[in-house]
Design a protein around this ligand. Structure first.
Ligand SMILES: [Cu+2]
Length: 242
């Protein structure tokens, strides 16, 4: 068993780095969310806006979503603190007993067109996923719009969700860090097909940045995820990627 762990050292240490970054976000969130789960018995109970807080109080909404770490829920039963515009599921399909293939780990849809400022709800319907932008802030080649935040969720339990807003126009390549080697990635096109992620993904890069691993590069380079096509179709299924 220890040998197995040795073999996984690289991904484990990477994951630890990733989790450290994500934890910082959770701590920051704890401040602005404290009291939210107590049923609103304090001042808010008397505030008649508490019934209708989906009515577009944008300043309040943005307080709930950390600009980098979004809003990680602890349960699918928890009411989202802000309205969301789109949903994406994080899934896995195990092979049937007589199928000779590895399990498939994927986002559904794998390509989605949205508008700047839209909030996306990522549903963690299977265990042990996370979502991160492919961003130089994480030591990766930059595949999000210039000026985009290095967005990331923590590692999420099953039946939870993560809310995140995407503020910059252009293409965001996102991935699931623990399942990068299986090609678990997706593409958001915000308003327009622009930015570094419109270039083909390469698996070798100069300098200190790490390019996508082979399977993830193949996902980003799939014809079905071409940014213009995502804009045209609005939404592209993972199952269209072959
Ligand atoms: Cu995953």
């Amino acid at each position: 068993m220890t040998q197995e762990r040795d073999g996984a050292d690289e991904s484990v240490s990477y994951r630890r780095t990733f989790l450290t970054a994500a934890t910082a976000g959770s701590v920051a969130l704890a401040g602005c969310l404290s009291g939210d789960d107590d049923g609103g018995t304090d001042d808010e109970a008397e505030n008649d806006e508490s019934d209708g807080d989906n009515g577009g109080d944008d300043e309040e909404s943005s307080d709930e979503l950390h600009e980098r770490y979004g809003y990680p829920s602890t349960s699918m039963d928890e009411e989202p603190p802000v309205d969301y515009d789109h949903e994406i599921d994080l899934l896995m399909d195990y092979p049937g007993e007589d199928e000779d293939r590895p399990p498939e780990f994927y986002f559904e849809p794998a390509g989605l067109a949205i508008e700047a400022g839209d909030v996306v709800k990522f549903n963690f319907l299977t265990p042990d996923h996370a979502v991160a932008a492919f961003h130089e802030g994480f030591g990766r080649t930059h595949r999000v719009p210039e000026g985009a935040e290095p967005l990331s969720s923590p590692m999420m339990d099953v039946d939870t969700y993560w809310l995140c807003s995407f503020e910059e126009s252009g293409v965001y390549d996102l991935y699931c860090p623990p399942h990068e080697f299986l090609g678990m990635g997706m593409r958001l096109v915000v308003d327009e097909a622009s930015g570094p992620a419109t270039e083909p993904a390469v698996t070798e890069a100069e300098g200190q940045v790490r390019p996508p691993e082979e399977a993830l590069a193949a996902t980003f380079n799939a014809d079905a995820l071409e940014a213009e096509r995502i804009l045209e179709e609005g939404s592209v299924s993972w199952h269209d990627l072959e």
